[in-house]
Design a binder for this molecule. Structure first.
Ligand SMILES: *[C@@H]1O[C@H](CO)[C@@H](O)[C@H](O)[C@H]1NC(C)=O
Length: 250
């Protein structure tokens, strides 16, 4: 019983720790989309170097083309030690859909499958395509908004000078760069590391069965017979999810 309670506590706190956005009253700030933006040059993998109040580690984005012209997919992968056990890395995959506005390519909308509040704006405000990018998302809510800014890099690190340039651009738009957290990209699980437990976040993820499965797999890897309580864990995660604590603003 003690173990079960502990597991629940760890699971719920792990999900709460990945917020990645802040709430504000009123309208979304006017963050100007980059002029002459070309999405085809922006596609591929980016490392998130800094992001609005997040506890995520090893956060990456993979932009790929979608089914229709002007549609793209955004796969977000991050690592969370869900079980609080150092030997097990959990990689979360979460894929959203991007849609470019017809006239301004750098101005898009994004929708993640679990986002209860619906679409958010997704704006690329600066990039050189090969080194750095600054993106901004804002979701309108009744009388308020939910925001997130992210500094992206093609490599796991980015020159301080470039980071500062992006941060000062954000302040010009009226977005405080002091809300950004630094994201640790060191000692991240590799793509084929078999100690990983991959968890795909989609509406199915939050079924008791899938949670139990993830916990069971992790348990096998720990080799210490972690007991799981499918029903209980499912409920906690569902509650957390309903409170929209999943990081669904890129
Ligand atoms: C990015 O997505 C593409 C298409 O799904 C895939 O082929 C590629 O391996 C992905 N890259 C990474 C690093 O995940």
């Amino acid at each position: 019983m003690v173990r079960e309670v502990l597991l629940l506590a760890v699971l719920s706190s792990a999900i709460i720790a990945i917020l990645g956005h802040t709430y504000h009253l009123g309208e979304c700030p006017a963050v100007e989309p980059m002029n002459g933006f070309v999405m085809s040059k922006f596609l591929g993998v980016w490392y998130a170097i800094q992001k609005t109040s997040t506890g995520s580690r090893c956060l990456t984005y993979n932009f790929t083309v979608g089914a229709e012209p002007g549609e793209y997919l955004l796969e977000q992968v991050s690592e969370h030690p869900v079980l609080g056990v150092a030997s097990v890395d959990n990689k979360y995959h979460y894929t959203g859909e991007l849609k470019a506005s017809s006239d301004i390519p750098a101005k898009m909308s994004v929708k993640f499958p679990l986002s209860l509040a619906g679409k958010a704006s997704f704006t690329v405000f600066m990039t050189d395509y090969d080194t750095y990018a600054g993106v901004y998302t804002c979701q309108k809510l009744p009388a308020s908004n939910r925001r997130s800014a992210t500094i992206l890099s093609r490599k796991k690190s980015l020159d301080k000078q470039v980071v500062d340039k992006i941060r000062s651009r954000l302040s010009l738009f009226g977005v405080s760069p002091y809300d950004l957290s630094i994201i640790d990209q060191s000692k991240c699980p590799g793509a084929n590391d078999d100690t990983n437990v991959d968890i795909n976040i989609n509406p199915e993820t939050f079924s008791s069965h899938n949670i139990a499965e993830a916990v069971r797999k992790a348990g096998e890897k720990i080799g210490d017979g972690v007991e799981y309580v499918a029903e209980g864990v499912g409920k906690v995660v569902n509650k957390v999810h309903k409170d929209s604590e999943v990081d669904d603003l890129p």
